[in-house]
Design a protein around this ligand. Structure first.
Ligand code: EPZ
Length: 419
């Protein structure tokens, strides 16, 4: 089992280039199932979840040429596409549920495993299924699989999501793209990754437009086009390294990004005293001694992202005073807190609130990763300690951070992978 060893107390200095977005690549890869034309996608991050999605596409019959080194992919879904997505692949990567929409839209039937829960929550898909049934999909759940079909194909409709859901919004945008007639989706998630998906679908010939606050209008089309598309940058990876620079008193330039997309994160860091200079497509972050405490909650975009909550919590352990974070999106996303407390943090959990005492000096320790973002928060804490920390179960980390030890070593961190 691989581990990461980190010896801390180094100011991180230098440039870090941000990779393509995992959470944009996954729905875009799923959406390629709509098309019988050529699809060429670049800037995919080299992370485990992308490899799992490619395995899933191949299991459905996709012909995939994946040039890992150049991070580009050519996909041919023109023929022999199956409509069965197995538990073995969907269970390890919940985004596998995103193949349901395109399979139903193109083939009018699909048998897709329920994704099942994970460390951060139950991860139900009821909102996806309720919305798909408004497009004429009939489904039943049997032996852990969704057996779905649309006898007359998908028919456009007006759908208002009961709750803002990134995945449900993505599934329905993709499904409606080939539905007969017009679909209006209301109360949509508006994350940048969804805008990236829409931009890619438009280049594939789909007719999609933003038609009001959290409202998207899709007119189904019959023909699609060959497409070449570059995936956007990973804003959560960018936020993670910004926090790493602030935390270690460093001076890091984060490149290959669009600062305005992470305005909320930049403003929160500035509010707690971090010096941030944003330019065209770079951000420079200076560590400061004085971090101010804050009270904030996670919320759907453009609010503070739940995927950065664990990382910010580490920084707030260094604040001058008590902070509070309310996790409004997932029901169990404080798994990093007990591990941080083992490193000397004083974090108390009360319901969906974490109360974080400041002025903490973390101590090196042997640590256990539980989920993707919790894992990286432990690395961040370990970077500030004297002595050597060891992080176990780093497969969680490899799901979403490309070359993390290489990128951190480049800016001076003492970190290495051992098995
Ligand atoms: C996406 O997950 C991201 N994953 C998550 O990133 C991210 O944390 C989340 O959006 C919120 O921003 C990908 O994009 C692959 P949701 P998703 O549907 O789509 C509940 C990471 O670390 N819900 O917006 O699964 C759900 O349980 C990952 O990169 C239902 O109740 O998130 C949650 O409480 C973690 N029923 C809330 O809604 C449903 O049918 C938001 O979930 C669907 C969701």
């Amino acid at each position: 089992m691989e581990k990461l060893e980190v010896i801390g107390v180094k100011k991180l200095k230098g440039n870090i280039k941000i990779s393509g977005s995992k959470n944009s690549s996954l729905p875009i890869l799923a959406a390629t199932l709509l098309s019988d034309k050529k699809v060429h996608i670049i800037n995919l991050p080299k992370v485990k979840d992308i490899e799992t999605m490619i395995l899933l596409l191949r299991s459905l019959g996709s012909k995939v040429k994946f040039n890992k080194k150049k991070k580009l992919i050519n996909i041919d879904n023109s023929k022999n596409i199956k409509t069965f997505a197995s538990y073995s692949l969907v269970k390890t990567m919940r985004a596998g549920i995103l193949v349901l929409g395109p399979l139903l839209a193109r083939f009018w039937k699909a048998k897709v495993s329920l994704p099942g829960g994970c460390a951060i929550g139950a991860r139900p898909v009821d909102i996806h299924l309720k919305a798909l049934s408004k497009l004429g999909v009939k489904y039943k759940i049997k032996n852990g699989y969704i057996h779905a079909n649309a006898p007359k194909g998908l028919i456009g409709n007006i759908i208002k999501f009961s709750k803002i859901s990134v995945g449900a919004t993505e599934n329905l945008i993709i499904a409606s793209s080939l539905a007969k007639g017009k679909t209006i989706l209301k109360n949509c998630a508006i994350e940048p990754e969804i805008k990236d998906l829409i931009n890619c679908l438009r280049k594939m010939g789909c007719n999609i437009k933003w038609s009001g606050k959290r409202t998207i209008t899709i007119i189904g089309v019959k023909k699609l086009l060959d497409v070449k598309y570059k995936v956007m940058f990973d804003r959560i990876e960018a936020g993670t390294y910004m926090i790493a620079s602030a935390l270690t008193g460093g001076n890091m330039k984060i490149t290959n990004i669009v600062p305005k997309i992470i305005n909320t994160e930049i403003n929160i860091l500035k509010k707690i005293g971090v010096k941030v200079i944003a330019k065209e497509n770079t951000i420079r972050v200076f560590g400061t001694k004085k971090i101010k405490s804050i009270k904030l909650k996670t919320s759907p975009y453009p609010g503070f992202p739940t995927d950065l909550q664990a990382q910010l919590m580490v920084l707030l352990c260094k604040a001058d005073g008590r902070s509070e974070i309310s996790e409004e999106i997932f029901e169990n996303r404080f798994m990093h807190a007990p591990e941080l407390n083992r490193m000397g943090a004083k974090i108390r959990i009360s319901g969906n609130r974490a109360i974080i005492e400041g002025n903490i000096n973390f101590k090196a320790a042997e640590l256990m990763a539980t989920d993707l973002r919790a894992s990286v928060s432990l690395i961040l804490a370990a970077l500030t300690t004297k002595g050597k920390s060891v992080l176990n179960r780093i497969y969680h980390l490899d799901r979403g951070y490309e070359y993390i030890e290489r990128k951190l070593r480049k800016v001076g961190a003492r970190i290495k992978r051992t098995s």
